[in-house]
Design a protein around this ligand. Sequence first.
Ligand SMILES: Nc1ncnc2c1ncn2[C@@H]1O[C@H](COP(=O)(O)OP(=O)(O)OP(=O)(O)O)[C@@H](O)[C@H]1O
Length: 313
Amino acid sequence: MTTNFDKALVSNVIETVEVSKVIDGQAILQNINFAVKDGSVHGLVGSNGAGKTTLLRLINGVYEASSGEIRVFGKTIIRDVANIRQRVHLVSADGAFYPGFRVQDLLHYASLLYDKWDETRAKDLIKVLELPLHQPIRKLSLGMKMQLRLAVALASRPDVLLLDEPTNGLDPVVRRQFLGLIVQEVAGTGLSVVFATHRLEELEAVADDISVLYRGRMVLSGSLEGFKSHYHEIVAVANTTIADHVWEHPSVLAVSSHGKIQSCIVNGDTSVLRQRLVKAGAVHVDEQPIKFEDLFRALMEKEGYTRDAILLS
Ligand SMILES: Nc1ncnc2c1ncn2[C@@H]1O[C@H](COP(=O)(O)OP(=O)(O)OP(=O)(O)O)[C@@H](O)[C@H]1O
């Protein structure tokens, strides 16, 4: 039986409802609710080992959920993996390749595998990515292999592209080209993308929505615009250290101090805190937009995720 996908009827191309994954008795993901809007780029970030790859593998049907439900285009995926892989393409550095194949052999193989294979698109991509058609795949560099994976993925004309740390190993010029291709594809074809990465500045440039995982739990999910309008950085300059209790407010996510300059990340209205800071002796209080990277760090710190530097003697 094949699933009859009807993209036109759904606004979320991917939905996970209370999804958990247990491997060898270890809870890898717990009660994950995650939704990807049609035609959007959804960034997936988190600490190392948070469960990003596992979530992508669940969506692509590599893994089966231990509990909960995964819907692709509104349909539960459980027993239709082959059909899903025609429409939901996972690109990751450890994806299987046939190292003895030449680039052109792989393209031929992919053309037989994918129903919607676009030969013209494949040739164009190989050309712009400057990939050597006659070279065995085992002789390609890490970055070239990733570019080949992207070319195969885009030429297979998926509805959803799952990218697992796709820009690892790419030089800055190729990385920019790679991101440009993704954005172009989303704008031109309505492709939806889930983009797992540690490069938060890349996500700020391309993502519509961002979800943050920490130790198998979803700690934040929403639109990048929404985060930017809700979270702000308050910077206070004071001649003395502002007492800890002044910063203690439910809206304050994290506080940091650099001598006379102290700052914090605030969720929501900043007016109460600003007044408290002035009362506590701040001579200058300023509010500025937040970078997602700073919000991410503050969230991780709040979750208790910190690392000390290794001191070498
Ligand atoms: N097949 C497996 N068997 C046992 N444990 C696994 C397996 N796959 C993943 N894990 C564990 O699940 C957790 C989440 O791993 P996952 O690769 O999904 O995280 P990630 O967020 O992609 O990490 P990173 O950013 O470091 O790539 C880790 O603790 C990992 O060791």
